[in-house]
Design a protein around this ligand. Structure first.
Ligand code: FCB
Length: 504
């Protein structure tokens, strides 16, 4: 099965931990912060005793195990998208400018007309409705809504109203993300997320969006993946603004989390019943050699920096390294739900040769099945492991993104089935998973990877923008229709998974 190219042992890109304080290497690790509290499970009332009926003995035993994995009746099945990746002609944001400069995007590609959603979303909304989706995560583009500081474009807001109404008319509940990586050029000129004033500017923009779009939506995601934005833009420097500066990275992250928190209160001020959360990218970061104490400590440090620090700030109201020290009261309790964007895992090793990068290097398990385009390991168990961590926060959870770049769709059916099976497992363990948004409906502009990574349930022709469903589209539709993973679905789309999902 592990037929994809392996990149085992390879160091992946610039290391984020370059120049970080190395003192943790020497110090005894303090006992882990109890970031995560046990989930409170209300005990089920004891069932009424029922008279014992004679057992029904099937006349023939099924030849194969036939278990069905059911999902909750009100479960939300969606896809996730982001404005800049699908709309086209977003020419007033920092990504557009970034795309124009040579060397920034793979093969010199650009977003250009993207999936042409600004002019026509209806056709793709029809496709979504045909799949049976009852939810969709979309984002709105700040540079369209507020093209100049404090000036809001009513026509742009009207277009978004129209899109949200179109979704509702198709029985699809929208989740709207307010910030998904892109910034208006005017904001960047005024210092972007390094400038503390951006916190208030974002809040003013959020207020306006909710005032206008609130009639069609009450499920809001303030910011998408602050850790990825910060890491790629301010540490690795492969995304705008292309910086590599830990101090700035820290400042940006603090401002983003503050902006989330102030927007949280502002949104509730406009819409009392709003449900406001944030999409958090989590990766499983395991020690490359579990027997090595140094690898274990390196993996733990990486996990705290990348996965946990944000959660500690938002849930406990406390800054911890690398974000700083001390109270962050404003942040506390500003999540009505938490979003999980889960894709893959990395193995973390202590590496003496990586002196300037906290002695950490990343790699993949030697026997791992790899995803296309060096996207990482095929690691479904990570879905459960992330949900378990988030579940302990006691908040409702949406899987705001999960998906795979796979042009020929030879891995996606197994990816979807195994990841949803892990999600099912988490739901059985009483973690409050409310919905799943697959990334994504139609192949879209994948940031620095241009059009090379194909994440869509529908393949997009770059020539004429036509769409063609991949087999996975029908698989997803079948799961949604059954609201379950059935043996028939497994047999139809990935019979090889039987021993794993339906062991005899
Ligand atoms: C996530 C981003 C999303 C998309 C997927 C593949 O990190 O939030 O925009 O690019 O990766």
């Amino acid at each position: 099965m592990a037929k994809k190219k392996q990149t085992s042992g390879k160091k992946l890109g610039h290391d984020p931990f370059n120049d970080l304080d190395l003192s943790w290497m020497e110090e005894e690790e303090p006992s882990p912060e109890p970031v995560l509290e046990k989930v409170k499970v209300t005990p089920e009332p004891a069932p009424e005793p029922t008279p014992i009926a004679a057992p029904i003995i099937p006349s023939t035993q099924p030849s194969k195990p036939e278990a069905t994995f059911h999902f909750p009746a009100d479960f939300k099945w969606g896809v996730a998208t982001a404005a800049h990746q699908v709309e086209g002609n977003n020419i007033n944001n920092d990504w557009y400018t970034w795309e124009q400069e040579e060397g920034h995007i793979k093969d010199g590609q650009q977003s250009r007309r993207a999936c042409n959603w600004w002019e026509n979303t209806e056709a793709d909304f029809d496709r979504a409705a045909k799949l049976g989706l009852n939810a969709m995560r979309v984002s709105v583009e700040w540079s369209r809504i507020e093209p100049r500081p404090g000036e809001f474009d009513d026509a742009a807001l009207a277009r978004y109203s129209e899109m949200l109404r179109d979704l509702s008319e198709r029985g699809i509940e929208p989740m709207v993300t307010l910030h998904h990586f892109t910034n208006p050029l005017w904001l960047v000129e005024e210092g972007g997320w390094e400038n503390p004033e951006t916190v208030d500017r974002f809040t003013r923009y959020a207020r306006r969006v909710v005032e206008v779009l609130g009639q069609h939506c009450d499920l809001w995601c303030t910011i998408n993946e602050p850790n990825i934005y910060d890491f790629l833009g301010y540490i690795e420097g492969t995304w705008p603004p292309g910086k590599s500066d830990l101090k700035e990275a820290r400042l940006v992250m603090r401002h983003m989390l503050l902006a989330h928190a102030t927007a949280y209160w502002e949104i509730h001020d406009v819409q009392t019943d709003a449900r406001v959360g944030l999409a958090h990218h989590m990766r499983i970061l395991d020690p490359a050699k579990p027997g090595s104490r140094l690898d274990r400590r390196a993996a733990k440090a990486a996990d705290r920096i990348f996965n946990q620090a944000i959660l500690t700030a938002l849930v406990k109201g406390r800054w911890v390294l690398p974000l700083g020290f001390g109270p962050a009261w404003k942040l506390r309790g500003t999540l009505d739900w938490i979003g999980l964007n889960y894709y893959t895992r990395d193995l973390i090793a202590f590496d003496r040769t990586q002196k300037g990068s906290l002695y950490i290097s990343r790699s993949h398990a030697r026997d791992a099945e790899m995803l296309d385009g060096g996207y990482g390991e095929f690691y479904p168990k990570g879905m459960y492991r992330c949900l378990k961590q988030l579940g302990s926060l006691g908040l409702p959870i949406y899987i705001t993104e999960n998906g795979i770049p796979d042009d020929d769709d030879d891995q996606r059916p197994r990816y979807i089935l195994t990841h949803l099976h892990q999600m099912w497992h988490a739901i059985q363990m009483c973690y409050q998973v409310k919905g799943y948004y697959h990334w994504t409906l139609v192949d879209n502009f994948e940031w620095a990877e241009g059009w090379s990574l194909r994440f869509g349930l529908y393949a997009l022709s770059l020539k004429n923008k036509s769409r063609k469903p991949r087999e996975s589209a029908q698989l997803y539709a079948d799961i949604i229709q059954a609201n379950a993973i059935t043996p028939q679905i497994i047999d139809t789309y990935a019979s090889g998974l039987r021993p794993e999902l339906l062991p005899g």
